[in-house]
Design a protein around this ligand. Structure first.
Ligand SMILES: Cc1cc2nc3c(=O)[nH]c(=O)nc-3n(C[C@H](O)[C@H](O)[C@H](O)COP(=O)(O)OP(=O)(O)OC[C@H]3O[C@@H](n4cnc5c(N)ncnc54)[C@H](O)[C@@H]3O)c2cc1C
Length: 488
């Protein structure tokens, strides 16, 4: 029963599987999709092995930090897609949108009591690690966590990497063996075990709003105004879910990939893939992106060169495709490496020593502008380009990548201390960005403060040896007039 590479599977609590129980439970918490998902694939394996029906539970709680209409809408859009996809198979799909804080806290444990085991998603960031640690100590049902985060399994190494080129070198050496181990495109298609006849009555009585996927209209009509979440962060109009994710990928591959390396840096062009929200919510997998991309350009692994630790040359895919693959496989996955191995990945103390030293040496430098978190949030700085970026974040849940770097660097410049800058960046990024609360969020925010970077000269006030960026240099490099107008 090893269709999922063992390096991607771990037992959370070392309890014994109960073959005599009613069903296998797949608790979908991070890889919110039915395609290219090792977690779901593992659950299908178990269901077939034990001859027990498969039940998939996808839930969204109300009391996680930054819960708001924007993220709920994106997640519920995905639930609608998942409900439809599962309804064509032998599995049972249950969606649960918590109505009051804490109301759903015992649902999974109760369902678990009737299940042979629980298979769930091994995500190294946000509330997931603490939640699994809590559960591991208390629950008696066997729980397996499966890593379907990226092409490099998180446990392929024990070490963290301080700069991108050392991670890239490691990745280039290791990746060939993982290119032969892709998740199945639609694992549910091979599920032969019959559908579960009925759910435990205690579950249905206690959680009457639990929605059987065959009736996904309930999800479409969901009224979020009564939920105890932040209603000021509005949906962006961007649809979530795996169906939309597939369209976004297709659009990128056919229209934008061709001049990605130049266009991605232009604030006034939509030159990048815009896949990060779908990757974050698990509606799209890095494996599917890689597979569709290589199919499109007719690439196979016989074209790999010797590892060189560089962005270009190793893949033999051409400049634009290699630039994109570097974002997906180096910059995205170095973040998963950090979060899975460094418990303090979101703490100031996890910055490299040189960065902490230089920031400390400049902590008392006079600051011409010091803004509070509220002033940043309301886009009330003296800099119209920065304000435009912040308004884009609030309205659309995203900021163009180049401006996102500037956005962070200026928060460092205009706060009372680097610790305060970190706090402001984490709050604003995670409160508004659709792709926030992700390993990439911490890579980007900590990059502003020196992670994955080197010391730069000349030493400057406030920044010390940390890389420096200004709005004026951004204005001189890129066309930003229209951008500022759009978000004025
Ligand atoms: C201060 C700051 C905060 C950031 N916060 C986030 C965040 O919350 N979530 C997030 O996904 N990214 C974050 N990033 C990284 C980057 O801005 C986004 O990943 C990228 O802009 C997403 O757009 P895209 O999907 O069109 O990217 P593309 O250019 O199309 O890249 C494809 C994928 O590669 C990955 N990727 C691209 N650039 C980076 C990068 N610099 N670092 C890590 N992975 C990358 C993403 O998964 C992205 O979806 C942050 C960067 C900075 C400087």
């Amino acid at each position: 029963m090893q269709s999922v590479p063992p390096v991607r599977v771990r037992s959370l609590n070392h309890q014994t599987v109960r073959p005599g129980s009613d069903f296998v439970l797949y608790w979908m918490t991070a890889f919110r999709r039915t395609r290219f998902n090792f977690g779901l694939q593992r659950a299908v394996d178990w269901s077939e092995e034990l001859g027990k029906p498969l039940v998939i539970l996808e839930a969204v709680r109300t009391n996680y930090r930054w819960a708001c209409d924007r993220f709920h809408r994106f997640i519920v859009d995905g639930m609608i897609d998942n409900a439809k996809a599962v309804s064509k198979t032998n599995a049972t799909y249950l969606a649960y949108v918590e109505q009051a804080s804490g109301e759903g806290s015992d649902l999974v444990r109760t369902l678990g009591q009737n299940s042979c085991l629980i298979v769930s998603d091994d995500y190294p960031c946000f509330f997931h690690p603490a939640m699994y640690e809590r559960i591991a100590r208390k629950w008696v049902t066997a729980i397996e966590l499966v890593d379907s985060n990226g092409l490099m399994p998180m446990r392929a190494t024990d070490r963290t990497f301080t700069v991108a080129h050392s991670y890239r070198r490691f990745m280039q050496k290791e990746i060939p063996s993982h290119l032969t181990e892709f998740p199945e495109e639609e694992p549910l298609k091979r599920l032969k075990v019959k559908k579960l006849k009925s759910l435990p009555s205690k579950v249905l009585e206690t959680w009457p709003t639990l929605c059987d996927g065959s009736d996904s209209t309930k999800l479409s009509k969901l009224d979020m105004s009564t939920l105890p979440i932040d209603h000021s962060v509005k949906p962006t109009g961007e649809r979530g879910g795996e169906v939309e994710a597939g369209k976004v990928l297709e659009r990128f591959l056919t229209k934008r990939l061709g001049d990605y390396s130049e266009a991605r840096n232009e604030p006034e062009q939509a030159g990048s893939s815009w896949l990060s929200p779908y990757l974050h919510f698990g509606a799209m997998s890095a494996h599917e992106i890689f597979q569709k991309l290589t199919d499109k350009i007719g690439w196979d692994s016989s074209r790999l060169s010797k590892p060189n630790g560089k962005m270009n040359g190793y893949w033999n895919m051409g400049e634009n495709v290699e630039a994109f693959v570097d974002q997906l496989l180096t910059w995205r996955e170095i973040g998963f490496n950090m979060c899975s191995h460094e418990k303090n990945f979101d703490r100031y103390e996890s910055l490299p020593g040189w960065a902490q030293t230089t920031l400390e040496e400049h902590a008392k430098d006079p600051r011409e502008f010091v803004y509070t978190q509220e002033q940043f949030e309301q886009a009330e700085t003296h800099d119209e380009l920065w304000n435009a970026a912040q308004r884009q974040l609030v309205r659309e849940g995203r900021i163009h990548n180049y401006l996102r770097m500037l956005w962070g660097k200026k928060i460092l410049h205009w706060t009372a201390s680097p610790q305060e800058a970190l706090k402001v960046m984490i709050h604003l990024n995670n409160k508004y960005a659709l792709d926030g609360r992700d390993p990439n969020s911490y890579s980007g925010i900590f990059w502003v403060l020196g992670r994955y970077d080197r010391a730069w000269g000349p030493e400057r006030p406030i920044y010390g040896k940390i890389r420096y960026m200004t709005s004026d240099s951004t204005r001189s490099k890129f066309h930003v007039k229209q951008y500022i107008k759009n978000y004025s």
